[in-house]
Design a binder for this molecule. Structure first.
Ligand code: SF4
Length: 425
C-alpha cells in the first residue's frame, strides 16, 4: 500500500480566520497528562490560587501518592513587586528537591500572573540549573492563558526540552508526543514488528531515557498540536516524516506506512504486520458507524485535534462535518489531513465565539464537539455534545483504540436518542 492522497479534499478550501473572544482552557491543563507520562518530573506552576484550583480540580481525582505538580502561589505582595519573587522561588525549589530526591526533571511553568509581573522564568531555570544540575534538570515554559490554549502546554513543554537534548549522529526514529503508556507500548510493538529502529520517544518516561537528536534523526509526530516542538527539532537537524495522524484504522495505517517507507520496510512485511490489527480496528469502528453514519458534526476550536478527527469521522464513520474549527491551523502539519478531509465543511481558525455560536445555531448539527464552557449551555438548548478535553485524556491513538475513539462520538448521540425517546414516551 502506498500513501495515495486524493488531489481534492480540503487542501485548497478557504479558511475562515477569526480573532475574537475564545473559550478554551489554558496550557496549564497539559500538566495533567504530562506528569503521568514523565515519572520523575515535577511541574511547578508559578501562578495564582486560580491556577492551583484549576490543577487541583482537573487532576485532584488522581492524587493517591505524593503529587508531581504544585503551584508556587504569587501573593498580592509579589504582584505588587514588594517581595523578591526569585529568592522565594529558589527557596521553595530547594525545599521541594530536598524532600523529593526522586525528582530528576523540574519544569517551571509560567502562568498569567507570572506573565503579568514579567517574572523571568528562563533566567530562573538557568540559575536553578546552576544549583541543582546534574541531579535535576530545570526547564521552563509558559502555560499562561494569555498565550496558550490547552494543548499548547504540551507543545511548549516539549519544545523547551529539545535544545537541551544530547547530540547524536545515529540514524534513529523519534516518535514525538505524550502517549499513554499502554498506547506507546502498542506503537513500539508495531514498529518493532516492522523492523524499524532504534526508536526513541519524546517525552521519555524517565530522564535517563531522554532521546538524543541530530542530522540523522527522523521524527514523526503523534499529535497535531506540536508545531513549536517540530520547529525546535528541525533546528537540531531532525527531518520530519510527514503523515496523517494515527487516529482510526486509516490514519494509523498511513502513519505507519510513512515510517515504513522512510525506513525501507518491504511492502509484504508491512501488509502482514498490519493486516490483523487493521481488521480488528475496522470491525471495532463499524460497531459505532451505524449510530454515526449520516449524522452531522460541528467542531468548535479547542484541542487542535479537530481536523484529523473530522477526517476520521467523515471517512471511517460516515459523518458529515459542517464546520471544523481549530485554534490554529499549521498548514505544514495539516497538509495530509486536509487532503483527506472530504470537501464541504467550513474550515475555521481561531474563534469569535458569538459569531461561531450563530453559525452553529444556523447549521443545527447532530453532534457538537466543544470545550466544557460551551457544552452545558448547548446541551440545555437540545444539542448533543462531546467534550473536546476527553479526546486528549482518553487513549485514542493507533489500531486498538480506534473503536474507543468512535465510541466517544457515538455515546452522546445514543444518550440524546434515549433522552428524546423518554420525552416522547
Ligand atoms: S494560567 Fe491564567 S488562565 Fe490558566 S489557570 Fe492560571 S490564571 Fe487561569
Amino acid at each position: 500500500m502506498s500513501l495515495d492522497l486524493p488531489p481534492s479534499g480540503c487542501s485548497t478550501a478557504p479558511v475562515l480566520k477569526e480573532r475574537g473572544q475564545r473559550e478554551v482552557f489554558c496550557g496549564l491543563t497539559g500538566i495533567i497528562w504530562l506528569h503521568r507520562k514523565m515519572q520523575d518530573a515535577f511541574f511547578l506552576v508559578v501562578g495564582s490560587r486560580t491556577c492551583a484550583h484549576l490543577l487541583q480540580s482537573a487532576a485532584g481525582v488522581m492524587i493517591f501518592a505524593e503529587p508531581r505538580f504544585g503551584t508556587a502561589i504569587l501573593e498580592e505582595k509579589d504582584l505588587a513587586g514588594l517581595a523578591d519573587a526569585n529568592a522565594e522561588l529558589d527557596r521553595e525549589v530547594a525545599r521541594l528537591l530536598a524532600r523529593r530526591p526522586d525528582i530528576r526533571q523540574l519544569f517551571l511553568v509560567g502562568s498569567c500572573p507570572s506573565e503579568v509581573i514579567k517574572l523571568d522564568l528562563s533566567r530562573a531555570a538557568e540559575r536553578l540549573n546552576g544549583m541543582h544540575a546534574p541531579h535535576v534538570r530545570v526547564y521552563n515554559y509558559s502555560g499562561s492563558g494569555i498565550e496558550t490554549t490547552f494543548t499548547q502546554g504540551e507543545d511548549a513543554c516539549l519544545a523547551a526540552m529539545v535544545p537541551t537534548l544530547p547530540a547524536t549522529q545515529a540514524a534513529e526514529l523519534l516518535v514525538v508526543g505524550a502517549l499513554p503508556d499502554v498506547v506507546e507500548d502498542q506503537c513500539l510493538a508495531l514498529l518493532s514488528a516492522l523492523g524499524v529502529g532504534p526508536v526513541r520517544m519524546l517525552p521519555a518516561r524517565r530522564a535517563a531515557d531522554l532521546p538524543a537528536v541530530g542530522p540523522n534523526t527522523r521524527y514523526i509526530l503523534t499529535q497535531p498540536f506540536l508545531a513549536d516542538t517540530a520547529v525546535a527539532l528541525d533546528r537540531r537537524g531532525g527531518t520530519r516524516i510527514t503523515a496523517p495522524f494515527p487516529f482510526g484504522e486509516e490514519g494509523t495505517t498511513l502513519w505507519l506506512q510513512a515510517v515504513a517507507d522512510a525506513f525501507g520496510v518491504p511492502q509484504a512485511r508491512f501488509d502482514s504486520v498490519t493486516a490483523a490489527p487493521r481488521a480488528r480496528a475496522r470491525k471495532a469502528v463499524a460497531a459505532h458507524s451505524a449510530t454515526l453514519a449520516g449524522k452531522s458534526v460541528f467542531f468548535f476550536p479547542d484541542s487542535q485535534l479537530e481536523i484529523p478527527l473530522a477526517r476520521f469521522l467523515a471517512r471511517e464513520c460516515g459523518m458529515r462535518p459542517l464546520e471544523v474549527g481549530s485554534p490554529f491551523l499549521h498548514r505544514a502539519l495539516m497538509e495530509n489531513e486536509l487532503a483527506l478531509l472530504p470537501a464541504g465543511p467550513i474550515i475555521s481558525e481561531g474563534q469569535d465565539v458569538d459569531r461561531q455560536l450563530d453559525r452553529h445555531a444556523g447549521l443545527s448539527p447532530d453532534l457538537t464537539v466543544c470545550g466544557l464552557g460551551l457544552a452545558n449551555p448547548l446541551e440545555a438548548r437540545g444539542f448533543a455534545t462531546k467534550w473536546a478535553i476527553e479526546l486528549v485524556f482518553t487513549p485514542v491513538h493507533f489500531y486498538e483504540q480506534a473503536g474507543d475513539l468512535a465510541a466517544l462520538f457515538s455515546r452522546p448521540l445514543r444518550r440524546r436518542a434515549i433522552l428524546e425517546q423518554g420525552v416522547t414516551a
